[in-house]
Design a protein around this ligand. Structure first.
Ligand code: FNR
Length: 475
């Protein structure tokens, strides 16, 4: 090989021939050193990420935060003796083998890169609200009735004057496309097939009008109040024009909760770290189906309100966040009430006084919610407030409750305590993140089967029979 050929392939070699000092990069690092360091960094990144994936496959042992003793995690099971029989959640692609929401969750953990998982799972600060949302359901036990003929069971219920197949609504969640291409549409299709409403978020990625075209859908629109009044009026009018049945005004996210793990994992979202990039590369199915084939995410329903030079994905997210209306008040909600002629739901209330006020301003429903533990840490769980809220408003408005619902039994408890229906966030997102529309459908089917079976075991024939007499709260 001549020196010239040599030089084309490795510049530092020519330099070595020409003189004693090889060219240096910043900090005195040689090209060879940089190349070696780069190779080492890539190799160790690959090794760390591969180990992390491997450990996730052992979900039965490795599932972290959502593991209070009252949940059915293998690690906490009294059926095990010193680790036997060894139990693992199913984390594969055959949806018929996913028997619980936790199985779909395990599959989602396997499929998604870490930053997407942090976005999906994480809560604010110490995640005390997040943990309590789960634990709060465990405070209630069933008191079943014996010797009841439960041959015929009816899970359907009436909401806003229409029947729905079961008392469940898919909660509004933003940025769903991070989990699956066109996830908003896929969730809407799953909801329509299951006969339940789908609430689409202001921060969704599929255009409202496209979701509205899903046949048979009960389409609800969730409104974040940000920017000039014309923005929210335009969104309300659009929701009206595409035929949305209900408008949800979310009240608990005007200030963005501090999800520290998201920040720790990915300090600068506009400038992804090498670890994050390598992790994304290691989740090839997610990467190819999403970013490579589908392209960069956009907030399709609000991007036209964003200044032209801020419309790239992260810029637009930051701009919208900076425009959230910190002055949002009951007066604003009253004005929204006046503009929106259909069903109005106020989401994010956690005190009886606020629920009563919502009834007074003419809301049709309240969603008791702490935003899935993602906003104020150390908040009460919605179910803690539910019985008193129901007593205070009687039947003047519908009450929804959400947070930590992962089982049909959680839903039955909510209904027995006075909810008309529940909103379900992560449980269905695990499904869509695991397998798109069929995954979301599977999540809804699992919840439905659990409601149906537990209803029979409780000695109740229909949702309408449920009440506090089916519950006990052991001290
Ligand atoms: C949410 N939530 C939410 N709420 C809302 O009103 N607008 C939104 O855009 C979002 N976005 C969002 C994203 C993600 C990833 C999650 C998990 C949640 C809150 C949501 O509507 C609901 O209140 C919670 O998800 C309920 O808790 P679980 O079911 O997730 O435990």
């Amino acid at each position: 090989m001549t020196h010239i050929e040599d030089a084309r392939q490795a510049p530092w070699k020519t330099a070595a021939v020409r003189g004693p000092t090889p060219p240096r990069l910043l900090g005195g690092l040689t090209w060879r050193g940089a190349a070696l360091a780069g190779a080492f960094a890539v190799a160790s990144g690959l090794a760390i990420a591969a180990r992390r994936r491997g450990s996730l496959l052992r979900q039965g042992r490795a599932l972290p935060r959502f593991a209070p003793a009252d949940k059915t995690l293998a690690a906490a099971s009294p059926a095990m003796l010193a680790g036997t029989p060894e139990r693992r959640l199913y984390a594969g692609r055959d949806l018929t083998r996913a028997v619980t929401i936790e199985d779909l969750r395990a599959t989602a953990h396997r499929r998604l890169p870490r930053f997407a998982l942090e976005y999906l799972e994480g809560g604010a600060e110490d995640e005390a609200t997040l943990a309590h949302n789960i634990a709060a359901w465990a405070q209630w036990r069933f008191a079943p009735r014996a010797l009841i003929d439960v041959t015929q069971r009816d899970l359907s219920t009436e909401l806003f004057g229409r029947r729905m197949a079961m008392p469940l609504v898919i909660a509004p969640t933003g940025l769903n496309e991070l989990f699956w291409p066109h996830a908003d549409r896929r969730l809407a299709e799953a909801a329509a097939a299951a006969g339940v409403p789908y609430a689409q978020s202001t921060m969704s990625n599929d255009p409202m009008a496209e979701v509205a075209r899903v046949p048979g859908l009960r389409h609800w629109w969730q409104l974040y109040v940000f920017g000039r009044e014309e923005i929210r009026n335009a969104l309300i009018d659009r929701a009206h024009d595409v035929g949305c049945e209900a408008l949800i005004v979310t009240t608990d996210a005007q200030t963005y909760g501090n999800r520290e793990w998201e920040t720790r994992n990915n300090a600068d979202p506009k400038n992804l770290s090498w670890g994050t990039k390598i992790d994304a590369l290691l989740h090839l199915r997610w990467l190819i189906a999403g970013l490579l084939l589908h392209g960069m995410l956009r907030f399709a329903n609000v991007v036209d309100f964003v200044p032209k030079d801020r419309r790239r994905f992260f810029d637009s997210a930051m701009w919208i966040r900076s425009q959230m209306d910190h002055a949002l008040s009951w007066d604003t909600v009253k004005r929204i009430r006046d503009r929106w002629p259909r069903r109005l739901i106020i989401k994010g209330l956690l005190t009886v006084e606020d629920v009563v006020r919502a009834a007074e301003i003419g809301a049709d429903a309240v969603a008791l919610s702490n935003h899935g533990g993602r906003q104020l840490d150390w908040a009460v769980a919605p179910v803690d407030v539910l019985p008193e809220a129901r007593r205070a408003v009687s039947n003047r408005l519908a009450l929804f409750v959400d947070g930590g619902i992962r089982r049909g039994s959680d839903i039955l408890k909510a209904l027995a305590l006075g909810a008309d229906a529940v909103l379900v966030g992560r449980a269905v997102l695990y499904g869509v993140a695991a397998a798109g529309m069929p995954g979301a459908t599977r999540a809804l089917a699992i919840l439905r089967e659990e409601i149906d079976r537990d209803l029979a075991l409780l000695g109740a024939r229909s949702i309408s029979e449920l009440g506090p007499r089916f519950l006990a709260r052991p001290h």
